[in-house]
Design a protein around this ligand. Structure first.
Ligand code: GCU
Length: 405
């Protein structure tokens, strides 16, 4: 589909056939969890690494954490707040760092560490919280328009730190620009973590192998490494979440790093939870033209040729199985194709069933603001493209269920 013809009418959705999730490349089907894990899952992961989001970068040879600040009386005395610099280094002595903001409920103890949410933010750590003494971050992107005092706290409802803490969860965030700035061309890699851990001399080579989404997702894993060293946090109970492009990112992080036990995408749309083959709203062509650095070069073969895809986004979601998955959409976010997100979540259920878990059984989307809560969860929030307290309400309930609080 070309850009002129963005489809917002179900009647115009082309007919398509979804590739079989369980069908292995040798023609047989994965029939057990063991076969899934040993054969089919690696095949699917390889498709995404080779043709969509690129290679998973190696772990840095050198990694250390510097505590920049600690407040014992944060959020009106309900939380401990930390700002931690995550330093990554290469054997040649090159370094890159980004800063994580972490809130931990005061009720946490080393004997009873708490589960944790982690997600990347768009604007800077200072925008996620109403505490005005949090350091500004997001300098990785020179055009970041939120590097000012007026922008402090302007994303608070997307983060809901106070309620998350009250419910007994820690919550961590990093500004995505500080891992790889989100410039709309390949030059972004020069200022990214890849510049020290790989090589960015030849950008066309980078484009063949790596993507910004891949680097952001990998940065979430480094955040989780750091959480592993926090005694008040139980990093074995970690939920990763993200909105929009950062929801595509949380899915890719969950696909690669099995330490994420609950994976949440909010309004992740094209390249995230939505099926490509429906061509509803944003398409492969539109997204890879506007954001060439989000996909590897090989993805370009699918521009306007979704019919050539031997995968679709139920494959991406299936990589989370048997861990918990939640896909969230919003009624007014047609660009992200809510029905396509629902259908991908539903079809990912085939992988969950191999583990004796449940998928989404219904063929119909739930009514707006109704939650489908299970091993594969879904909701369609009334409203616009955003992550709101109404979304969080479902995430907390899910986390309570999964982390057995
Ligand atoms: C654009 C892009 C989407 C993306 C969104 C966002 O709208 O087309 O794919 O999800 O930005 O990240 O906000």
């Amino acid at each position: 589909m070309s850009k002129k013809e963005v489809i917002y009418d179900e009647a115009l959705v082309p007919s398509y056939q979804l590739p079989s999730l369980l069908g292995k490349s040798d023609g047989s089907s994965a029939a057990t969890a063991g076969e899934w894990l040993s054969t089919r899952r690696p095949e699917i992961l390889a498709i995404y690494r080779e043709r969509v989001f690129g290679k998973w970068l190696h772990r840095p040879q050198i990694q250390w954490y510097e505590t920049l600040s600690v407040r014992e009386d944060a959020l009106d005395g309900e939380a401990i707040r930390k700002e931690i610099r995550i330093h990554l280094g290469s054997a040649e002595g090159k370094t890159h760092s980004f800063d994580m903001l972490l809130y931990i409920p005061k009720t946490a103890t080393p004997e009873h560490p708490v589960p944790v949410f982690i997600g990347l933010n768009f604007r800077g750590n200072h925008a996620t919280t109403d505490e005005r003494d949090v350091a500004m971050t997001g300098f990785g992107y020179e055009k970041n328009q939120y590097l000012n005092d007026e922008s402090r706290g302007n994303s608070v409802p997307r983060w809901c730190f106070r309620e998350t803490i009250r419910r007994g969860y820690a919550s961590a965030t990093i500004c995505y620009h500080d891992i790889c700035p989100d410039y709309n061309d390949l030059s972004c890699f020069r200022q990214s973590v890849l510049s020290i851990l790989g090589s960015t001399d030849d950008l066309s080579l980078v484009h063949r192998n790596y993507t910004a989404i891949g680097l952001w997702a990998w940065g979430l894993s480094r955040g989780l490494d750091c959480l592993e060293s926090e005694v008040l946090v139980d990093s074995s109970r970690c939920a990763v979440h993200g909105l929009s492009r950062l929801g595509k990112t949380s899915l890719w992080a969950g696909a690669n790093d099995e330490r994420f036990k609950l994976v949440i995408s909010t309004d992740s749309g094209c390249g995230g939870a939505a099926l490509f083959k429906r061509c509803f709203g944003e398409t492969a062509e539109i997204i890879s033209t506007a954001f060439p650095h989000w996909f590897v070069e090989a993805f370009a073969q699918y521009r306007g040729r979704e019919d050539l895809m031997d995968f679709d986004q139920h494959f991406l979601l299936s990589l989370i199985a048997p861990r918990a998955l939640c896909v969230a959409s919003a009624t007014e976010d047609l660009w992200a194709d809510p029905l396509g997100e629902f259908l991908a979540a539903k079809h990912a259920g085939d992988a969950y069933r191999l583990f004796g878990l449940s998928g989404i059984e219904s063929d119909d989307m739930p009514a707006a603001d109704e939650w489908l809560t299970g091993d594969v969860s879904y909701h369609l929030r009334t409203g616009k493209h955003d992550q709101t307290p109404e979304d969080w309400a479902h995430y907390w309930v899910l986390a309570d269920r999964i982390f057995q609080k």
